[in-house]
Design a protein around this ligand. Structure first.
Ligand code: 2HA
Ligand code: ZN
Length: 270
């Protein structure tokens, strides 16, 4: 068996959550990340028949039966993951229609996966339905996106258009836009179901007054997606109180669509 701490997926996960902390997106125990793994890649590092313990999930997710995930732990601080990966992360396989998670590695202090496990797993199922290459669900609390939900309308089209107008490359990076949930109690199956529903039409879902969810094919891409939206929100928070003299027009965005071969969400541009 190879050393799991040297697995590319482990190294990338540790680097990513460390970077998220460095960006100020994950104060204290804020944020959580889950990464879908192949059984073949896990088998190089773990005996997949060796179950440490079973953790009930409290929901069902038949589409994820038998799937493996590397997931951040509940109550754990992103800033500490690099020092004690085995305490702060875990690898689980979903079984019994998703109702039970078999722990194969990690959570070594007796802990378990993030309290937002329902939103993560339900979002994986939703994104895999749209894009079979999706592997990552990422949640964090970036300050400017969060600030924006206090002062901007939560209408998805308006919210998306404002972000697209803040940086030229936004429409290229997230042509599907940003979906928005109203404030809901976090850590519940209800917010999990609502997030997954929103994930069917966009890879970014804002949780008003809380944070954001992103999904993508790898950790780098998903980080970059949130990074780009957060940069746009930062520009918005710098200019929202000032008279706007210039902007990125719909006509300019159509030029970007053509140049970069993307299509902004239907009905969002004039
Ligand atoms: O505590 O971010 O939404 C982790 C969270 C909950
Ligand atoms: Zn959160």
């Amino acid at each position: 068996m190879k050393n799991i701490l040297e697995a590319p997926f482990m190294i990338e996960m540790i680097r990513t959550v460390t970077n998220m902390y460095a960006h100020g997106w994950d104060e204290r125990n804020g944020g959580n990340v889950s990464l879908l793994l192949d059984e073949a890649e896990v088998s190089e590092y773990l005996d997949t028949d060796k179950v440490i313990r079973t953790i009930p999930t409290g929901f069902s997710a038949p589409d994820l039966e038998g799937k493996y995930f590397l997931v951040t732990g509940t109550g754990k601080y992103f800033k500490n993951v690099q020092y004690e990966p085995e305490v702060n992360l875990g690898i689980v396989r979903l079984e019994d229609g998703g109702e039970n998670a078999r722990l194969l590695w990690g959570y070594s202090d007796g802990g378990q996966f993030t309290s937002e496990f329902p939103a993560h797993m339900m979002s994986h199922a939703a994104r895999l339905g749209v894009d079979p290459a999706n592997r990552v669900v990422m949640h964090c609390h970036p300050a400017n996106l969060l600030a924006m939900t206090y002062v901007h309308t939560l209408d998805e089209k308006e919210f998306t258009r404002t972000l697209w107008q803040m940086c030229t490359e936004c429409i290229v990076v997230f042509p599907d836009g940003v979906n928005v949930l109203p404030w809901m109690l976090c850590g519940t199956n209800e917010i999990g179901l609502a997030t997954a529903e929103k994930m069917k039409t966009a890879r970014l879902v804002v949780w008003s007054l809380h944070g954001i969810y992103g999904a993508g094919k790898d950790l780098d891409e998903t980080f970059g997606l949130i990074e780009t939206a957060e940069k746009a929100a930062e520009i918005y928070m710098k200019i929202a109180h000032l008279p706007r003299v210039n902007t990125i027009t719909d006509e300019m965005m159509h030029q970007l669509e053509e140049r970069f071969n993307v299509k902004g969400r239907d009905g969002y541009l004039e």
